[in-house]
Design a protein around this ligand. Structure first.
Ligand code: DGJ
Length: 323
């Protein structure tokens, strides 16, 4: 987050032998993106045994913070998994603060948009898929139904699953939550309310059945670009890319934006955010995690420039670079 000339960088406080959040979401600040100051824990987890949704030992992943001009509050969204339940809960979490370094106050957590059909799904499809809920998994019939929105229908009651996620704020100030849903099979893009603390109920499915995660979005010349990864746990895989003229789609998938050696594993990393370079119109930093699954707290970061070639973003490796 860039706010009043200072960058803030948020992330789960990781540990050697567990991905669980034992402390909370950490934050660092910087004036130049090179030198970083540890600002401590921005959102603290609740004590073990408290039974709170963000009790110590839960999973908090991919936190993102945006500033709301209307309310003057900093709003944090994150992927939350409840303690001891693996990746079953698949919830979002929201917290707010008066300061970018916290303390953030937990507001609520849950599934998204319960009872609401995505804008790009017909009511007749919902009716049809309701009778397909018992299909044997991984069969061609199941695959076809899954692409059409089988899991949307399954989860209409309790709300849609939320896993890997990002937040994108458009030029008009509208914010969107983009997250892996439907058992990680399909991304959802959901509009946030004016205070950025909840959903308006408007949402679409993006690239159904492509199993994208780690989404990151930026805008260039009126077009929306999405870079994501496939689903291979903590191991890297080839990045995916898609473009749309309208945030609501249709989204068109293109090739892996990475070229050169190790392009097939995104230079040993996984997308997490795309930062527009301040003071420029056409420069962005592709930010990625280089996970160390044997010691998650020793994971590293890869930042590369996004270069446009023939109108399409390209990522290539540089041992060092600057703007
Ligand atoms: C890949 C996701 O991108 C990460 O955020 C994390 O959930 C890991 N999977 C867990 O295996």
């Amino acid at each position: 987050l860039l706010h009043d000339g200072t960058y803030y960088w948020y992330g789960t406080h990781m540990h050697e032998n567990t991905a669980a959040a034992l402390k909370g979401v950490g934050v660092y600040s910087s004036k130049n993106l090179y030198d970083w100051k540890n600002e401590g824990i921005a959102l603290e987890v609740f004590p073990e045994g408290s039974g709170h949704k963000i009790e110590s030992g839960c999973l908090i992943e991919r936190p993102k913070v945006i500033f709301n001009e209307k309310t003057g509050k900093f709003v944090m969204w994150f992927h939350l998994e409840l303690k001891g339940q693996g990746y079953k809960a698949a919830e979002y979490g929201v917290a707010i603060s008066d300061s970018p370094v916290g303390p953030f106050k937990f507001l609520h957590a849950g599934r998204s948009c319960s009872g609401i059909i995505p804008m790009n799904m017909e009511a007749s499809v919902v009716e049809k898929l309701s009778s397909s809920l018992n299909l044997k998994a991984r069969t061609p019939e199941w695959r076809a139904a899954m692409k059409e929105g089988l899991f949307v229908v399954r989860d209409l009651g309790k709300g849609q699953m939320v896993r890997d996620m990002t937040i994108f704020v458009d030029d008009d100030g509208k914010a969107y939550h983009v997250f892996a849903s439907e058992e990680n099979n399909t991304l959802h893009l959901a509009e946030l309310t004016d205070d950025y603390c909840g959903y308006t109920g408007k949402y679409v499915r993006v690239l159904p059945g492509r199993a994208n995660e780690a989404p990151a979005i930026f805008k260039h010349k009126g077009q929306y670009w999405l870079i994501a990864s496939g689903c291979t746990g903590w191991d890297p895989n080839p990045a995916r890319m898609a473009v749309a003229d309208d945030i609501w789609g249709p989204w068109k998938e293109l090739d892996n934006p990475c070229v050169g050696d190790k392009a097939n594993i995104t230079f040993d990393s996984q997308s997490t955010f795309i930062l527009p370079v301040p003071g420029t119109k056409n420069k962005w930093i592709f930010m990625a995690d280089r996970w160390n699954s044997k010691n998650l707290k020793d994971s590293r970061y890869v930042w590369l420039p996004i270069e446009f070639e023939k109108g399409v973003p390209v990522l290539r490796w540089y041992d060092s670079w600057n703007y």
